[in-house]
Design a protein around this ligand. Structure first.
Ligand SMILES: C[S@@+](CC[C@H](N)C(=O)[O-])C[C@H]1O[C@@H](n2cnc3c(N)ncnc32)[C@H](O)[C@@H]1O
Length: 261
């Protein structure tokens, strides 16, 4: 008698283009994966998280660069395929694939987050990303974080960098952001001056009050925890550490400020 054994636990073989919970499975071309990792300036030992990890290619590529990489993927077949590929690539010990909904997953201990999701998901994740640890790098295939779900033309969080591959390997643009420190508010300088800062993601506007003068800031910007701006021709830079910032000007003057309650 012919007996056929079928394991009920075996997930269906994934098919490229198949529907996912919130986005279909479509792969990032390897050339763009490499570009995304370069844009994040990944370093061995860092922790990378790919949201909706598909066949695991971003996770595996990161592990091949010495990172500890995690893929979050809802599809059981893709999780199985990714684990097999990671073992074949010899990076099983630095990779993990978690079969769960990315909206249920805690991103907070990642140094680098990558994703290739749909525009509305990217917008939905924006507040979560903005509240991650300052300095966390985020890189997306194709979709950026401008606009709102209702109005894609509305202002949002501009990328710090965009790269478009030419020739295009299928999907060709990648966008990168670094989570900025939160600086909005009033800061008292140790020399008696005052800084009033307003913040829209990494862009900073405001005024410096010093020596009885009110100077409008120009080119205010945050790169993670580094704030820079120009005031009356002087370039200021400082590192934010919680409620204090400390740095120098381009005239080699040290300066320091404390956040006012
Ligand atoms: C466009 S593919 C990207 C795959 C991979 N990151 C890459 O760049 O090649 C998106 C993936 O997200 C997965 N996905 C969709 N919604 C998800 C959710 N809510 N939680 C976890 N994974 C999800 C899909 O199954 C699919 O594999």
């Amino acid at each position: 008698m012919l007996s056929v054994s079928v394991s009920a636990a075996q997930p269906p073989t994934p098919v490229h283009g198949q529907e996912g919970q919130d986005a279909p499975w479509v792969v990032t071309p390897q050339a763009l994966v490499d570009t995304m990792l370069d844009m994040a300036a990944v370093q061995p030992g860092e922790r990378l998280l790919d949201l909706g990890s598909g066949d695991g290619r971003v996770v595996i590529s990161a592990a091949q660069r010495g990172l500890h990489a995690v893929g979050v993927e809802l599809d059981a077949g893709l999780v199985a395929m990714s684990s097999e590929s990671a073992a074949e690539a010899g990076v099983a010990d630095r990779t993990k694939f978690v079969q769960t909904d990315l909206f249920e997953y805690d991103f907070t201990d990642a140094d680098v987050i990558t994703f290739f999701l749909l525009p509305e998901l990217t917008i939905r994740l924006r507040p979560t990303f903005f509240n991650l640890r300052p300095g966390t790098r985020i890189v997306s295939n194709t979709w950026d974080m401008r606009g709102t779900e209702e109005n894609p033309e509305a202002p949002g969080w501009d990328p710090d960098e965009t790269i478009v591959l030419d020739p295009c390997p299928g999907f060709c643009s990648a966008h990168a952001w670094t989570v900025p420190a939160k600086v909005e508010g009033v800061w008292r300088l140790t020399d008696g001056g005052k800084l009033e800062l307003r913040q829209q993601y990494q862009m900073v506007e405001g005024e410096l009050w010093t020596g009885g003068r009110r100077i409008t800031l120009q080119e205010g910007r945050l790169a993670g925890t580094i704030l820079s701006f120009r005031a009356a021709g002087v370039r200021y830079q400082a590192e934010i550490d919680g409620a204090t910032m400390a740095g120098t000007t381009n005239q080699a003057d040290a300066w320091r400020a404390t956040r006012q309650p």
